[in-house]
Every structure is written in structure tokens, then in C-alpha cells.
Design a binder for this molecule. Sequence first.
Ligand code: SF4
Ligand code: SF4
Length: 155
Amino acid sequence: MTDNLCQGCTLCCRLLEVQEIAKAALEPCRHLGARGGCSIYGERPAACRHFQCVWLYSRTGRPAADALPEGMRPDISHVVLGPRDYRHGGDTLYVHVDPDYPEAWRQGAMRDYLRGLAARGQKLVIFIGGEQVRVAAGGAAAIRGSDAEFARLDR
Ligand code: SF4
Ligand code: SF4
């Protein structure tokens, strides 16, 4: 997260794991400030410094036409787009859905955006609480299961 550019959003600080500070996924970071933002901003871990969700990336140094709309800001859409995983020669986009709004990824502009990505060949893994939905490149098939089930398959 980036104080000024994130415009008050801190959803990644709630949903994503940060190993450097032993922060588990889906738990609010203990360093979230009482009035928003990060209370250790100057000393935040490298993972936090380097992370830009796709919404933020689209609005920093890119042509204005590439900017995702305000309504897709993660604290409004309830969905964090990112990070990407390029391991093993692949390109998978991880999508983290606020479990308080489990249908958010299937609604409105977010649904259309994810559909478009899948149609253009982007592999997607969507995390909703303890569940994952894996969408193959092209979007032809979606497999749904618990995190534990996929962890067994991944071994
Ligand atoms: S989810 Fe994106 S916009 Fe929100 S705090 Fe994280 S990087 Fe910033
Ligand atoms: S250390 Fe700061 S930037 Fe990193 S997750 Fe916690 S509150 Fe967010």
C-alpha cells in the first residue's frame, strides 16, 4: 500500500498474507492505524512497499485511458486484484475477495473486467475466505474448492 495513492484504501492490509511480519491472510494487520493508513509506513516491510494491486498500478504513471475506474478501488469493489504469479513460466492473477462480500467478484464492472481478462488468456485464482475458484486461461472452465483441497492438489 501507498499512503497517498491508495486514497484511504487498506484492503490488502486486511486480506493478504505478509510473511515478514507474520501477518496471516484474512487478518487485519496489527499496524493498521486507528485513523486508517499504516502506523509504521516509513519502516513497512519490503513486501508492502513493493505491492501494488492492479487498480493502483493502472493509475500510477500509465496513460489515463488505462486507469481502472474509481468504483473498482478495492475498498469500494471489495476485491484486491493481485499479486501476479509468474513462477514456472506462467502468469496467474490472484484475486482476493473480501469475505464479507463474497459475491463482489461476480458483480458489475469487476465481473466484466475478470471476464475480459479470462477471455484474453489470463489464468485467475480467486480467493474468497477459505475457498478458491480457479479459472483456466480462456475462461472455459472454473473449478471451485476449499483452500485445503487445492493445497493437496498442488503438492
Ligand atoms: S488494495 Fe490496492 S489500493 Fe488498496 S491499499 Fe492495497 S495497494 Fe492500495
Ligand atoms: S505493515 Fe503497514 S502496509 Fe504492511 S500490511 Fe501492515 S498496515 Fe499494511
